[in-house]
Design a protein around this ligand. Structure first.
Ligand SMILES: [Zn+2]
Length: 451
């Protein structure tokens, strides 16, 4: 059953309003500030066509529908009592392949799914290495964490549907990576960012004294958040936008009903693609483990948050995108996270760092990472004009990854890891990042390897 929901008039109003405010608030640019005197002939320089920026990248994009063709059980809420009833919005997997002038490649895959199971990552990683010689470090698999997608972990009584979907997904993703690589064409890349404010820290404020009226209440409007909306834009030779990759750190949980849909991240992608025919819009989930979208629980609200996020992407594209030049680098290593119970087997945890040209560092962390990681890594990795993008929910999915603060406070997002896991994870990201800086210093910046 396919239920269609018309785009809400409110979201259109937000866009129109934003456009109006932007025009009213616009500050004069340096060029428009120095206007020629009335009746003066136009300066000769205005006729000069600026040289086109070099097409120093290649990029390719591909997308595939991954909505289950059966009414599978849905992922995300333990309290679910029945399988899906239908599809409100199709779910997609999308791939963006990038290649630098030296031929180094990276493929970023985004999924409208709850998470990337370790077994899925292993299967796709192995096959794309064999078929396309793509090294594991150069493959990014990120899930939007929609709670309105299929459950493909093997749960009691539903093993077969999970196995079938897992196999379909692996086949589809391998094919998709191949299609994105086959689509590689000359391109320009830009990076910019804006902000969106609907994510709020969903934990209670542990700093409040017990007698405070809000001591045991969530959400916490004073809690840490990361409202950044990073945007990587792929342009063709004519300057047309071919693809945008954008991120946000917030649980994709406006909804919890029985219709397949991508929640706010699904609508943000849908709106961007509808407003820019031919564009592939891809959502990358950030460190949103302790963040929820507010308000929530209605389809109209998921659409409104989607429109807000899409508008932030448009704002970022308006805000002086920085052209990216240089090379691609990627590294993927694992740390072993110890549990408080030392007899329990340590969690093998992937940390991936990519450099997109000279300026942008993308750190990917696995599973449900709280926002402290994003804020800390941005602080510790930034060296102007370096721009840092931190993704969670990447390359593995196995529950919450608390920061040292959240581990000490306890609560829902704090499984019983041993103290010190934040230092292990952050330390690995810094180590991977540092080794390139050291080698760039020695080799004069000729950083061209996948590791
Ligand atoms: Zn979650």
């Amino acid at each position: 059953m396919l239920v269609r929901i018309a785009r809400c008039p409110f979201s259109m109003l937000v866009v129109l309003l934003a456009a109006g405010l932007q025009a009213a608030d616009e500050k004069p640019s340096p060029s428009s500030a120095a206007k020629p005197a009335k009746n003066a002939p136009p300066p000769a320089a205005s006729k000069r066509v600026p040289p086109a920026p070099p097409l120093d990248w290649k990029a390719g994009a591909a997308a595939a529908k991954i909505t289950p063709d059966t009414l599978m059980w849905m992922a995300g809420y333990a309290a679910r009592k029945q399988p899906a009833e239908g599809t409100l919005q199709e779910l997609y997997a999308k791939a963006l392949a990038l290649e630098d002038e030296a031929g180094q490649r990276v493929v970023i895959v985004t999924l409208d799914l709850i998470g990337v199971l370790v077994t899925l990552r292993e299967s796709v990683e192995k096959q794309v290495q064999e078929q396309y010689q793509l090294p594991p470090s150069a493959l990014v698999l990120n899930a939007s964490h929609t709670h309105c997608g299929p459950e493909y972990r093997e749960r009691s009584g539903r093993e077969e549907e999970a196995r079938n979907y897992h196999a379909f997904l692996a086949t589809t993703l391998v094919r998709l990576v191949g299609e994105a690589l086959a689509d590689l064409r000359p391109a320009r890349l830009t990076y910019s960012h804006a902000r969106a404010g609907f994510a709020m820290n969903r934990r209670r404020n542990y700093a409040l004294p017990p007698e405070d009226v809000n001591a045991n209440k969530a959400p916490n409007p004073d809690g840490p958040v990361d409202h950044d909306v990073p945007v990587l834009c792929v342009l063709d030779a004519e300057g047309n936008q071919r693809a945008v990759l954008f991120g946000y750190a917030c649980h994709n949980t406006t909804l919890g009903f029985y219709q397949f849909c991508g929640d706010y991240a699904g609508w943000a992608q849908e709106y961007l693609q509808a407003d820019h025919p031919g564009l592939t819009a891809m959502f990358v989930m950030g460190c949103g483990a302790d963040q929820n979208p507010y308000p929530r629980r209605e389809v109209e609200l998921a659409q409104r948050h989607g429109r807000t996020l899409a508008t932030a992407v448009e704002a970022a594209l308006f805000a002086n995108p920085r052209p990216l030049h240089g090379t691609l680098r990627s590294a993927l290593e694992y740390v072993d996270l110890p549990w408080a119970d030392a007899t329990k087997e340590k969690r093998r945890y992937p940390v991936q760092v990519l450099r997109l040209g000279h300026d942008v560092t993308l750190v990917t962390l696995a599973s449900e990472v709280v926002v402290d990681y994003s804020l800390r890594l941005k602080r510790e990795l930034a060296r102007p004009p370096a721009l840092v993008w931190v993704a969670g929910y990447t390359n593995g999915y196995f529950g919450y990854i608390p920061s040292e603060r959240v581990l000490a406070e306890g609560g829902y997002e704090s499984p019983a890891y041993a103290p010190g896991i934040e230092a292990l994870i952050v330390g690995k990201a810094l180590e991977l990042h540092r080794q390139w800086n050291a080698s760039a210093g020695k080799s004069g910046g000729a950083d061209t390897a996948n590791e």
